[in-house]
Design a protein around this ligand. Sequence first.
Ligand code: RM4
Ligand code: MN
Ligand code: MN
Length: 424
Amino acid sequence: MQIEQSRIDELNAQLESGHKRNFEFYAASLTNVEAVIDKLIDFQVAIPSWALGAGGTRFGRFSIGGEPGNLEEKIEDVGLLHKLNQSSGAISLHIPWDIPSDAAKIRALAAHHGLVFDAMNSNTFQDQPGQKLSYKYGSLQNVDKGVRQQAVDHNLEVIKYGKELGSNSLTVWLSDGSSFPGQLNFRKAFQNTLEGLQDIYAGLPEDWKVFVEYKAFEPNFYSMSVGDWGQSLLYASKLGPKAFTLVDLGHHLPNANIEQIVSLLLMEKKLGGFHFNDSKYGDDDLTVGSMRPYQLFLIFRELVEGMNARGMNHAKDLGWMIDASHNIKDPLEDLLQSVEAIQIAYAQALLVDDKALDEARESNDVVRAQEILQQAFRTDVRSVVAEARRRSGAAIDPLGAYRAMKIRDILIGERGAVNKATGL
Ligand code: RM4
Ligand code: MN
Ligand code: MN
């Protein structure tokens, strides 16, 4: 299905006067509201192709109905999101879950929905039907050279698909590690992994980046071979200028100071990509901002400040993606909520008075420094975000529009109630 612009305009017209009143009230107290709106309009968050069906669990998977059955339908779903919010203009594919059989056709379909292809993701954390060797004991770290080569070849194949689709980055997330003390020689595992990554790096096109994603735990529970930002940075530094660290919010040990991590990675020119989600316990894949909105704001604050310090383009110079998977919510509704939470945190981060904060810090005025951050975080920017959407032709209230148009019912009608999308 596709959403007609006239339908969005019609729904916006119903909300117009209330929205205008709200926006004018809140905008009056902000000094840089127009600049914030321009930045919000530019900012796009990629949607992963594996977030569009029910999943993200090793227990029961409960179909939500109308799940996309193939890559074309996944693109259609992201197209729906983008039409509603004009901020989800990219899709990130996982291979082999989403192999494009006819790349030119897939590319044209995406363009028709206003979408580009974000980072390509390889998968050496599962065995595929017909696969020669098993990843049971790891992929790039494996003691068997044949397994390592198979994992390298897979990544090179993913790059090939990405080139055909116009992507320009590869994300490597390895589930490699060990679950029991003694299982692995840490240094050998590191060396093997590094050699594999070097072979993949050698196959990167000139204008591509590779993102090395880390995760502290799961599926291995004693050691992970890319377990934290230190290890990822070590690999990325040894690989070269096209290699970067990727931060996924759910991949840290409890209470990690993620804002400090992104600040230092940016300083080192080694932050490449970002996966948004939220969590209470681990890699929970919860809706962005649903648990720790203040942490999200603090992270965005460091991102904005760090990117400004280096004259980076907020919208283009880092890879922004949501990485979440849901079993009980309609994933499209959840993704609309996540994008909105990201925009709110981003807008609040843009409100921070940098000069005043700097002065407070230089005079050791701890209370004032804290107040400055809290002032920005406690500002209600929802109408500013809605205004950015209105100006870009999106729905003032995307979630409301999604429900008013009964999109899930239409998708169930088109695709059936019990199909399951590929993914975790
Ligand atoms: C991992 C990691 C990767 C994602 C897979 C599906 O936990 O977050 O980014 O590609 O899940
Ligand atoms: Mn991730
Ligand atoms: Mn994850």
